[in-house]
Design a protein around this ligand. Sequence first.
Ligand code: SF4
Ligand code: SF4
Length: 315
Amino acid sequence: MLQYRVLASTGMQVSRLCFGALTISPLQANLPLAEGAHIIRTALEAGVNFIDTAELYNNYHYLREAIRGYQGEVIIASKCYAYTSRGMQDSLELALRELDRDYIDIFMLHETESILTIRGHWEAIEFLLQAKQKGLVRAIGISTHNVEGVLGAASVPEIEVIQPLINMTGIGIKGGNTQDMLAAIQTAAKAGKGLYGMKALGGGHLLARPEEAFAFILSIPELASVAVGMSTKEEVVYNTCHFSGQPVPEKVKAKVRRQPRRLLIEDCEGCGKCLSHCSSGALRLDEGKAVVDHSLCTLCGYCSRACPEFCIKVI
Ligand code: SF4
Ligand code: SF4
């Protein structure tokens, strides 16, 4: 059985395993709608009650289909880059409309770098505070790859939820290493923030060592939940077994992909547009072609959306 934990002051009781919805979306596996929705629904029926998504992932329609007619509780966290009141209003209305919901449980700023990002987006946060008073949002948060993002959010009373990037090798962590991020997470928890992790498997780099990677992240007491990307039914079974301390059936193990994924750039025309969409600093131009530093790439797929020539894929 999956376990549940309270997400600090929000009072929301979330499953330890959160469905990371990036993986099914057009940025990554780009599953047909019915298939992606079915995989989410499989996770819900296995006890997962928490879904993490983002406006950038362009996948609200999968979630809407997955939860249609579902009787159990579903807690949805989404995020966007808005920095104005109007921008946040548009993002929230889009989420409400496309998810066909009356409220969003957790709405966050996406890829917050530090306290300066939070200050720069304050108008958008003020809009969320008003939306919360109207019952359109239950809690406000930030997601971040940066140690300073966690520490900055920890100091802001209005922010209740923080989603930090954390994994055992530190891949993707900005402004420090795994130990620095763990210390920031502890600081945020002491400040009363609800925390749930992301990129436990390093965006796919740690697929060959999942037991170790999951054991590490599940040992962090401050994390109520961990968002893990899943794009097949076997991955849902595999992850729910891991998170509930059950042995993984051999036939499921055999079907779950263990090979690390990687970013493939083909037929690049060298326009450079993808470079500014990589907050990990993993892309550069070399002799007129985009080149990835695989040691820095978290396989988020965000750069693929920026390429007008559709040259970038996560495979
Ligand atoms: S190179 Fe692309 S997939 Fe890799 S971290 Fe940067 S934006 Fe994400
Ligand atoms: S956006 Fe596409 S075409 Fe432009 S540099 Fe990046 S990969 Fe190459």
